[in-house]
Design a protein around this ligand. Structure first.
Ligand SMILES: [Zn+2]
Length: 272
């Protein structure tokens, strides 16, 4: 994990430090080597959270799209007493899990039940076959009347089977750690929406920046249009995408100061 508690503060691992696990309150030690990202680990090999997977740079990069206060949030189910760490929980109560390793269907189901309002971001670069299969499958994507939204027949030929029955959006990141990727398809995040009909999926392509912006701003990635109830034929066509950014306008005075500091702007002087 990235954060442990020292004097009740969330602290990142530094060499030779010791902290407490935010879940089980047992001591954890800082692992600060060259191979793995710096992290905290329990003294034993096993983490107290059975859902925890060793973090990679890919995980950290994704988490870093969000404020540290949203990262590694301990969630507690009062009824069952279960506790787990969500990779990210936004202030809009959206949980995001960044999944690199393979996962059994039973675990996926339990995690979706536990976190409820969540989505998965899946590392599409871990298995070599995943991207070529997706790329080939794209030939059969059918456009809808909304930009970036496609119907996919036989999604099992396009996506890893383990994700097809998810009850929440699954976002495939085929870009991985590569930052200089020129490939538009890889640069796009491909979002598989929860399916009721196994023979046809709805897939949405989103730019990463838009995805990050939307998940900052609201608790659902996609908002369904109420009118969908009235059109029983293709209700999924009615899904409305609102990738509009909520731009916070910079106060004028800040803008002027910023421009002045950069030397690109000088106040106009009156000519006498
Ligand atoms: Zn623990």
């Amino acid at each position: 994990m990235r954060f442990a508690l020292i004097d009740n503060n969330r602290v990142e691992a530094q060499p030779k430090q010791q902290g407490l696990c935010p879940i089980c309150s047992q001591p954890v030690i800082a692992k600060c080597g060259n191979k793995k990202v710096w992290h905290w680990a329990h003294r034993g090999i096993i983490s107290c959270d059975s859902w925890w997977e060793p973090e990679t740079e890919w995980h950290r990069n994704w988490k870093n799209n969000y404020p540290t206060e949203w990262q590694e949030i301990v969630l507690f189910d009062e009824q069952t007493g279960e506790k787990h760490i969500a990779d990210v929980q936004t202030i809009h109560n959206l949980v995001m899990e960044f999944q690199h390793s393979a996962m059994k269907p039973e675990e996926r189901i339990s995690r979706e039940k536990f976190y409820k309002n969540m989505l998965w971001v899946v590392d599409g670069t871990r298995l070599q076959r995943d991207y070529p299969r997706f790329h080939k499958g794209m030939e059969n994507f059918r456009r809808t009347n909304q930009q970036g939204v496609y119907f996919v027949d036989f999604p099992d030929e396009v996506f890893p089977k383990s994700w097809l029955n998810s009850t929440v959006p699954v976002i495939f990141d085929f870009c991985g750690l590569s930052t200089s990727e020129q490939n538009e398809i890889k640069n796009t995040l491909w979002c598989l929406l929860p399916q009721k009909d196994v023979t046809r999926a709805v897939v949405v392509g989103l730019r990463k920046n838009d995805f990050v912006q939307i998940t900052h701003n609201r608790g659902q990635l996609f908002i369904e249009n109420d009118k969908s109830q009235q059109k029983p034929i293709h209700p999924k066509q009615q899904i409305i995408l609102q990738p509009k950014r909520i731009m916070r306008r910079e106060p004028l005075i800040d803008w002027i100061q910023r421009k002045q500091a950069s030397g690109k702007w000088k106040p106009r002087r009156k000519k006498w």
